[in-house]
Design a protein around this ligand. Structure first.
Ligand SMILES: CC(C)(COP(=O)(O)OP(=O)(O)OC[C@H]1O[C@@H](n2cnc3c(N)ncnc32)[C@H](O)[C@@H]1OP(=O)(O)O)[C@@H](O)C(=O)NCCC(=O)NCCS
Length: 180
């Protein structure tokens, strides 16, 4: 699986990617709003192994992809699309050395294109913790609408967490792509 954007490749993870992933997955600032992390080496390697197994699935619904800069071949983050019939959830996580350059938005737009134009889903949604302004900005930037605030719906890292819920529907995506 490989998707090309202007500056990036989104491609399946390989076994050798664990070190580049671990560079950001072991960072407490990166993991602050995530359900997982900061990772031990074993946890990052287990994550990669899980992805290698999912890549073998014949009716694949989970696409966890490495984000790689075309120019340097540097792995700068990861993003994912998880399809459940007509709905798909999207997520992403980047190495802080590469934050603030529009890479998350560029990768997410490519995932939306894949979801709506190749997999023909009806709705793509994403959640972020209310304090995660950077992520909420990415989701708005790619045309998603905040449709909800889920209150203390999730328990992890010793406490309950709220989430903002964002989504975009197929017809909204089509009219946005047509420049509407
Ligand atoms: C959230 C994250 C993916 C954003 O990645 P990024 O590549 O820096 O995002 P982009 O450069 O595409 O930024 C898109 C928008 O967010 C804004 N933004 C980026 N970092 C920001 C920050 N720290 N605070 C506020 N806004 C921010 C950009 O200015 C841009 O807004 P604009 O389109 O209005 O100019 C990145 O911060 C990250 O990996 N965080 C840790 C993991 C995480 O929280 N993942 C999301 C879980 S829901």
């Amino acid at each position: 699986m490989k998707i090309e954007t202007q500056r990036l490749w989104l491609r399946d993870f390989g076994k050798e990617d664990w070190e580049a992933v671990h560079q950001y997955a072991s960072n407490a600032e990166v993991a602050k709003y995530m359900i997982w992390g900061p990772n031990s080496e074993g946890e990052t390697k287990a994550f990669i192994d899980q992805q290698l197994a999912k890549q073998q699935s014949t009716d694949r619904t989970d696409y966890e992809l490495a984000v790689v800069m075309k120019e340097t071949n540097q792995l700068i983050g990861g993003c994912g699309l998880y399809i459940n019939e007509t709905n798909a959830e999207m997520g992403y996580c980047f190495n802080p050395d590469y934050w603030g350059h529009g890479y998350a938005a560029e990768a997410s737009e490519a995932l939306l294109k894949f979801a709506f134009e190749t997999r023909h889903v009806h709705r793509v949604f994403a959640t972020c913790r209310p304090g995660n302004t950077a992520s909420a900005n990415v989701l708005r930037r790619i045309g998603m609408t905040q449709e909800g605030h889920l209150r203390e719906h999730m328990w992890h890292k010793g406490t309950f967490h709220d989430s903002y819920l964002f989504s975009i529907l197929g017809d909204e995506y089509q009219s946005k792509s047509r420049g509407g």
